[in-house]
Write a protein that binds this ligand. Structure first.
Ligand code: FAD
Length: 330
């Protein structure tokens, strides 16, 4: 990746960071922010490399437990890669070499000497020659009755994770982006019938996947309709809709996929990096951002496949790239 010159805005931010730095604490070779799959695996690799490592993470584990069940199916919590993450969690928690800072990182500054300063929520800060941001992403909720109650019992936020359970069943997909339509196409190949609920009518004109959807015989779009509630008994059995003209409908479904996408936890780097249109940190194939020494891994980046195993691999890759960076910088 080519190095882009630092802008006057960044220089000003750097100078103010340098002024603040009189209150800085310890210096590490590498700081990792976030204790989910990507951050834990990155930390383990950095410890293997005997780098002086700080992990800034209020808790360890991230998002790896998703018990899921639908009618007529045994409950499963078969997240591929969860075992690796738990193993890393134990190893990291026991490591005497690691500085585990059980705090939220509040801000990241790039200092004029090329190092980084991680400001912690409690008011102190640390410095590091390299940083891996692995802060993950949060699911965007629908905030309707039944959503929370049936989460994991028919309600899913991840078509890639749960679509395969819905073979020959009826499902609803709710959202409004290209990702919503792609999830609908993925489900249409597996499920018996897919109801697509799009509140924003323009979506069917603007989004590139829309023409493909119109050709799917087992997809019924409800354009200009909103979900009012998700209902059922022990499991989801249907959704209630309201149209733009006030008309209401009920659809019998076994599953509801809430596909608004994930919101990247990007607060730390918003004034350091240009993010993509969905707020992800752009990285290259080595998990390197535009700023030398600043790496990122997992759901917060633009890798696009939010899965535990992908985050595990990206965390390993970020750590190996950071190690290489550190040994080649003097
Ligand atoms: C509802 C849902 C269901 C899913 N189901 C599956 C599934 O079945 N199978 C599968 O493989 N994947 C599934 N995924 C995706 C999977 O959970 C993620 O891809 C994976 O956890 C990403 O790992 P990560 O380390 O990038 O982020 P996370 O797991 O999100 O970990 C990031 C960590 O960083 C912390 N953090 C955030 N900001 C800061 C900060 N400023 N300072 C310090 N710490 C911070 C967070 O609190 C969190 O602990 C699902 C995701 C969702 C939302």
């Amino acid at each position: 990746m080519s190095e882009t010159p630092i802008s006057p805005h960044e220089l000003a931010a750097n100078e103010s960071a340098a002024n603040e730095s009189s209150s800085s604490g310890d210096t590490y070779e590498i700081a990792i922010v976030g204790g989910g799959p990507a951050g834990l695996v990155a930390t383990r690799y950095c410890l293997h490399a005997h780098l002086s490592t700080a992990l800034v993470a209020p808790e360890l584990g991230g998002k790896v437990g998703y018990p899921f069940v639908i009618r007529g199916m045994e409950p499963v919590d078969s997240v591929w890669g969860a075992q690796v993450v738990h193993e890393c969690e134990t190893a990291v928690a026991r490591s005497p070499e690691l500085k585990h800072i059980r705090e939220q990182a509040a801000h990241l500054a790039h200092l004029p000497d090329g190092r980084f300063q991680v400001h912690l929520a409690g008011g102190s800060s640390i410095r590091a020659r390299a940083v891996i941001v692995a802060t993950g992403a949060s699911a965007q909720r629908l905030y309707v009755a039944g959503e929370k109650e049936y989460w994991g019992r028919g309600v899913s936020f991840s078509a890639v994770s749960h679509a395969h359970f819905f073979k020959d069943r009826a499902v609803a997909v709710v959202g409004g982006s290209q990702r919503t339509l792609v999830a609908t196409l993925e489900l249409a190949d597996i499920a018996r019938h897919v109801y697509l609920i799009l509140a924003r009518p323009q979506a069917m004109q603007e989004l590139p996947a829309a023409p493909l959807l119109r050709r799917q015989r087992n997809v019924t779009p409800f354009v200009g309709w909103e979900v009012q509630q998700i209902y059922g008994d022990d499991f989801v059995s249907g959704i209630g809709l309201v149209g733009s003209n006030g008309e209401t409908r009920q659809l019998a479904v076994d599953g509801v996929f809430i596909q608004f996408g994930l919101l990247p936890n990007n607060e730390l780097v918003r004034d350091l990096l240009e993010l993509d249109e969905e707020g992800h940190i752009p990285i290259d194939h080595r998990c390197q951002t535009r700023i030398p020494g600043l790496f990122a891994a997992g759901d917060v980046t633009n890798i696009q496949s939010e899965q535990v195993l992908v985050a595990v691999g990206e965390g390993a890759k970020a750590a190996l790239s950071a190690w290489q960076y550190l040994v080649t910088q003097h």
